[in-house]
Design a protein around this ligand. Structure first.
Ligand SMILES: Nc1ncnc2c1ncn2[C@@H]1O[C@H](COP(=O)(O)OP(=O)(O)OP(=O)(O)O)[C@@H](O)[C@H]1O
Ligand SMILES: [Mg+2]
Length: 254
C-alpha cells in the first residue's frame, strides 16, 4: 500500500437513480485525523454520497477503498463492521431507552448463552460518558432515558458511541439540524473530539458557519460533481461563501 494511507478513497463514483445522475465521477480521499466538510446546495448529492460510502446504496460505477482495501458494502451493517459509523439528526438514538442500552444497541456485551452483561455495559457506558465524552452534568447518568437529553447531548452520545467502538470514519449528516446555538456548540465540540482522537469525519451541515469552524477541508458539491476543494487555512469564512456562490453560478452557465 501507499506510504500515506488514506482512510477512504473514492474513485470515479457515479450514482444514477433512473435518469437522474445524482453523482458523476466523484474522486475523493480522506486522511486520518481529518474533518472534511461536504457542502453544496439542496440536491447536490451530499446525502447520496454518504449513503454510498455507508453501503445504503451501491454505486452505479466506481470504486471505494477503505484503509487501502477495495470494499463493496452490502449494507450499513457491513460498513459499520469495518469502522464506518454514521450519525444523523433523527434516528441517532432511541428515546424511550436508557442511555446505556442505547450505547450498546446492536452490539450488546453478552456473558454466556447470550445473557446480557448489564453491569459491564453500564460500567463501560459510564467510562464513555464521563471520560471520553466529558459529560459533566450529574443530572445525566447511564440510567437516564435518552428522551430526557437535549438534542446536542443526544448527538454527543451518538458520536461518543462511534468513537468508543473505534470507528475510523464518522459520517455526520446535518447533526446540528434543529438545535439551538448552545446545543450546536456542544455538537461542534464533540466533532472536534473525533479529530483529537486521530479519527476522521465527513461533516455535512447546511450552515456554513458550523462547518467552517470545525472542518480542515471543504469539498463543494454541485449537481453531482465536486466543483471546489479548499483547505480551512486558505480561505476566510466569507471567502468560502463567495467561492461557493461563484462556483454554483459558473455551473449554471456552463
Ligand atoms: N432514492 C432516490 N431515488 C431517486 N432519486 C434520488 C434518491 N435519492 C436522491 N435522489 C436524487 O438525487 C439527487 C441528490 O440528492 P441528495 O439527497 O443526495 O442531495 P443532498 O445534497 O443531500 O441535498 P440536501 O441538502 O437537500 O439534503 C437529487 O436530485 C435527489 O432527488
Ligand atoms: Mg441531504
Amino acid at each position: 500500500m501507499s506510504e500515506t494511507q488514506h482512510v477512504l478513497s473514492l474513485r470515479g463514483i457515479r450514482k444514477n437513480f433512473g435518469r437522474i445522475e445524482a453523482l458523476r465521477a466523484i474522486d475523493l480521499d480522506i486522511d486520518p485525523g481529518e474533518i472534511v466538510a461536504l457542502v453544496g446546495d439542496n440536491g447536490a448529492g451530499k446525502s447520496t454520497l454518504i449513503k454510498i460510502i455507508t453501503g445504503v446504496h451501491p454505486p452505479s460505477a466506481g470504486e471505494i477503498h477503505f484503509k487501502g482495501e477495495r470494499v463493496r458494502f452490502r449494507d450499513v451493517r457491513a460498513s459499520r463492521a469495518r469502522g464506518i459509523e454514521a450519525v444523523y439528526q433523527e434516528r441517532a438514538l432511541g428515546d424511550k431507552q436508557e442511555m446505556w442500552r442505547n450505547i450498546f444497541a446492536g452490539r450488546e456485551v453478552t456473558r454466556f448463552l447470550g445473557f446480557l452483561d448489564i453491569a459491564e455495559q453500564k460500567r463501560r457506558s459510564e467510562t464513555l460518558l464521563r471520560g471520553r465524552m466529558g459529560f459533566t452534568s450529574r443530572a445525566i447518568t447511564v440510567d437516564s432515558e435518552v428522551g430526557g437529553l437535549s438534542g446536542g447531548e443526544k448527538q454527543g452520545v451518538a458520536i461518543g458511541r462511534a468513537l468508543f467502538f473505534d470507528a475510523e470514519l464518522i459520517i455526520l449528516d446535518e447533526p446540528t439540524m434543529g438545535l439551538s446555538l448552545m446545543e450546536t456548540e456542544k455538537v461542534l465540540g464533540f466533532v472536534r473530539n473525533i479529530r483529537d482522537r486521530g479519527k476522521s469525519a465527513i461533516f455535512i451541515d447546511h450552515n456554513i458557519f458550523h462547518v467552517y469552524d470545525v472542518a480542515d477541508r471543504f469539498i463543494v458539491l454541485d449537481r453531482g460533481q465536486i466543483v471546489g476543494r479548499f483547505r480551512h487555512d486558505e480561505l476566510t469564512r466569507e471567502q468560502l461563501v463567495e467561492r461557493m456562490i461563484e462556483l454554483h453560478r459558473a455551473g449554471q452557465v456552463a
